[in-house]
Ligand binder design. Structure first.
Ligand code: GTR
Length: 325
């Protein structure tokens, strides 16, 4: 595949024609569903800057933000096919592709965001990253997606009982469908880009997400009741197409991996700031925030764990995550 880069701001030059010429660049195409300026988008741009610097301009990253390359489930397929070089997505839509990603996607598997960071930064995180390779993608690093909670257009949710019968959009993974059912509500899996109008037209009552997504996807405009039950702390992941990875020298592979790892702290710093900005903004714009007791939500998750934590390997993974202090 030919890679084109924009040199001197104007001329498109096929870099394959420039092979061997100093300063020639290979542009790696990266996908993100979020708008420009969102922490994950900025973190991948930062990773690209590190990569450019450390390869003396041989590689650079172009982030196609705002779902320009498609919705997450489709971009995952395109990454497996090598059409997209890099992809930053939630682990949720990876559940049907990489079974190991189901475990950190389970409701209330992490006690807190700090617990999630500790686990994903350690050997368990490395093990889950390694599980991507047999499926045609290379796991590079985990980013932070904070905690997800329900929001709806109908009424404040003060307890688990208030969710009964309501219809919520979830990411495209069976775990989240079962999670919502276990809470006595109804789930509709759908791509992120369709949620705003589905709430607006009353096809669904609401959805669930973290404050930066609730804010930047403008869901707060149409779903004013945000109840902080924090049922999911699903990490985000940055992956590379295996076919792109295989073209790199081992030295360049190490540089890519390190640049991705080095962008994690940057993403977290931006994330922590954005969470506060988004919460303040949605409150100022009229969202009602409630804090239901989490224990009944946690207690309701038994059937979800029974269904997904099936073999000894997955049980061991859950036990090790829970034992991480
Ligand atoms: C966001 C996440 C996205 C996407 C979205 C969704 O929090 O950052 O990658 O998965 O949620 O709900 O589809």
């Amino acid at each position: 595949m030919l890679h084109f880069s924009k040199l001197a701001g104007a001329t498109l030059v096929a870099t394959s024609l420039l092979a061997g010429v100093a300063g020639a660049q290979t542009v790696l195409k990266s996908s993100d569903t979020h708008p420009d300026g969102y922490p994950t988008v900025e973190a991948v741009k930062y990773m690209g800057e590190l990569l450019k610097e450390r390869t003396n301009d041989r590689y650079e990253v172009q982030v196609y933000f705002g779902a320009q390359l498609g919705e997450e489930a489709d971009t995952i397929e395109q990454t497996q096919a090598g059409v997209i070089d890099l992809n930053r997505v939630s682990l949720g839509p990876f559940n049907s592709v990489v079974p190991e990603t189901k475990i950190p996607s389970l409701p209330y598997i992490f006690r807190s965001v700090e617990h999630m960071r500790k686990v994903m930064d350690g050997p368990i995180g490395d093990e889950i990253l390694a599980a991507f390779e047999p499926h045609g993608v290379i796991g590079l690093a985990f980013y932070d997606g904070g905690a997800r909670s329900f929001y709806n257009s109908e009424k404040p949710v003060n307890s688990i009982d208030d969710l009964k019968g309501m219809k919520f959009r979830v990411m495209q993974s069976d775990i989240f469908v079962d999670m919502v059912n276990a809470l006595g509500a109804n789930a509709t899996p759908m791509p992120y880009g369709e949620v705003y109008s589905a709430i607006q037209t009353g096809v669904i009552d609401g959805a669930e997400n973290n404050p930066p997504s609730y804010d930047t996807a403008k869901h707060a405009e149409v779903a004013k009741f945000y109840s902080l039950d924090e049922h999911l702390i699903v990490p985000e992941v940055l992956v590379m197409a295996k076919s792109t990875w295989d073209k790199l020298t081992p030295e360049d592979q190490a540089i890519v991996k390190q640049a991705a790892k080095d962008s994690v702290a940057k993403e977290r710093e931006l994330w922590d700031a954005q969470e506060k900005i988004s919460m303040d903004k949605v409150v100022a714009e009229g969202s009602t925030i409630t804090n239901p007791d989490k224990q009944p939500f946690i207690d309701a998750m038994g059937p979800v764990y029974d269904k997904y934590v099936t073999d000894a390997k997955l049980k061991d993974l859950v036990a090790r995550i829970q034992a991480t202090q």
